[in-house]
Design a protein around this ligand. Structure first.
Ligand code: ATP
Length: 464
């Protein structure tokens, strides 16, 4: 009982310490969220592996997005297209010609840079920002990974790993209109892997060569595109509110004339203030009728929509795209949730607890069940209670060490509820539920536990 008393007396004025990418990377590795790919061989740059807690978090973000897009919007359906697509797709989309980064190499130290990411004076004087050596001329570098399909490797089987999921949606648009009798306006949602041969892959999982996207393409009648574009901007902003993100760290960035893709009519990014500054999280784009017109032209197939409610009027739909990175959103949530919060005043590191304020809907573990002692039947009772909760929630069980330390371990992975089983549980069937954010504890009858947690999740609001 002593340790729980300690926890309660820790209410001192709150102060927090700075969040850095090093701290996020280290916690992610220490607690099994994200590991470097092929680490025992020295690591593979641009690729990362999601550990036991990382995959849980990623799956939950994906489910949250999927529900938001498909279940909560009557006119959006899902798709899972193949990663390998006909190479003509990428000619039609413009990726073969235009999906390039401007690159320069240092002749001395052999470092490679994106020309748009080094200081202007280095580019003009052609000097390497790292070693002062001579830089090559700027050249275009296509970001698509090429591979070969089929038994002969003579170039005839050239195929690309898709650099975005969107094209899989465009080429299936007609199939979906016909098979599912979709009427415009409607959307198609997809989550899946994308691959880009990124040259600069620093900042942990922010920019990687293999990543996942969550994209939704919304097909509308030309002329109604501006209205739908505004609608989707609002919807996507509200999504982050629902996800419990600190909204002070989000902002809109409208693409200026120099930034706007040649096909786009208007484009905004939602940016998040990562430890390295504001960076793109998701794009909301008005892509005009570019995509379907190009696929119509390259495939020779009629991709016009026939509006049966409007005298069979024919038109090529405009597309409003919402394009989010799943793995980038996971990084955003790790940064956003992270807090080193002052909870005591002893003048040492124990003054602080590291707590991840994940929304309970995405937290990798929802409930941890902790017997106060292993003995006197408390462990068995705790296992029984965990068994009752398992059907509804992702649970964890921990009986090792002082209860205060066990709470800290759960705080560090963002478990919103800790259920403690003590001697009183044996007497009156109540348990203690400890709230991660406020650290408050309440006694709840065992029979009401599942409903109590459900109500708390529904009512969850992020503390400022
Ligand atoms: P950036 O300017 O950061 O290269 P982009 O504008 O090329 O991104 P889009 O093609 O619009 O990005 O992709 C949509 C989303 O996919 C981005 O907002 C981002 O969340 C995610 N994304 C794009 N490239 C990567 C990458 N290399 N690694 C991780 N996520 C990515």
């Amino acid at each position: 009982m002593r340790e729980r008393g300690e926890e309660q007396s820790m209410a001192v004025p709150e102060q927090t310490r700075e969040v850095t990418m090093d701290k996020i990377t280290s916690l992610a590795k220490r607690r099994g969220f994200v590991f470097q790919s092929s680490e025992i061989y020295g690591g593979q740059s641009g690729a990362w592996d999601y550990g036991p807690l990382g995959i849980e978090l990623k799956n939950r973000i994906q489910r949250f997005w999927w529900k938001e897009m498909t279940q909560l919007h009557d006119n959006i359906v899902g798709l899972d297209a193949a990663i390998l697509m006909h190479p003509r797709v990428w000619e039609a989309s413009g990726h073969v010609e235009n999906f390039t980064d401007p690159l320069v190499d240092c002749k001395k130290c052999k470092m490679r840079f994106r020309a748009d990411q080094i200081p202007e004076e280095n580019l003009v004087s052609k000097t390497c920002p790292e070693c002062g050596g001579e830089l090559t001329d700027t050249r275009k570098f296509n970001l698509m990974f090429k591979t070969n399909i089929g038994p002969v490797d003579d170039g005839s089987g050239l195929i690309y790993l898709r650099p975005e999921t969107a094209q899989g949606i465009y080429v299936n648009y007609k199939n979906i209109v016909q098979s599912n009798r979709m009427k415009i306006p409607f959307g198609i949602a997809q989550v899946g892997k994308a691959f880009r041969n990124e040259i600069v892959t620093k900042n942990f999982i922010f920019r990687t060569c293999e990543f996942e996207q969550m994209e939704m393409q919304f097909f509308v009648k030309p002329g109604s595109d501006v209205e739908w574009f505004n609608y989707w901007r609002e919807q996507r902003w509200n999504y982050y509110k629902k996800l419990g993100v600190n909204m002070n760290k989000l902002r809109w960035h409208q693409h200026g004339p120099g930034e706007l893709a040649h096909y786009a009519k208007d484009a905004y990014d939602i940016e998040y203030e990562f430890p390295m500054g504001f960076k793109e999280l998701e794009g909301v784009h008005n892509r005009s009728d570019y995509d379907l017109s190009r696929h119509q032209q390259y495939s020779g197939k009629d991709l016009q929509y026939i509006d049966q409610d409007n005298n069979n009027e024919r038109f090529v739909p405009f597309i409003i795209e919402t394009s989010a990175g799943l793995t980038r959103q996971l990084l955003m949530l790790l940064c956003d949730a992270y807090e080193e919060q002052k909870v005591a005043d002893k003048g040492n590191d124990d003054d602080y607890r590291t707590v991840m304020h994940f929304h309970p809907i995405v937290a990798p573990v929802t409930v941890a069940v902790l017997p106060l002692m292993k003995k006197d039947g408390l462990a068995e009772l705790a296992q029984e209670i965990r068994g009752e909760l398992k059907e509804d929630y992702a649970t964890d069980y921990d009986q090792a060490g002082a209860i205060g330390r066990r709470y800290r371990r759960q705080d560090e992975i963002g478990t919103p509820f800790c259920v403690t089983i003590d001697y009183q549980t044996k007497e009156d069937g109540t348990v203690t539920v400890r709230d991660r954010d406020s650290m408050e504890q309440v006694r709840v009858p065992r029979a009401n536990l599942s409903d109590f947690i459900k109500t708390k999740i529904k009512a969850y609001k992020r503390q400022a």
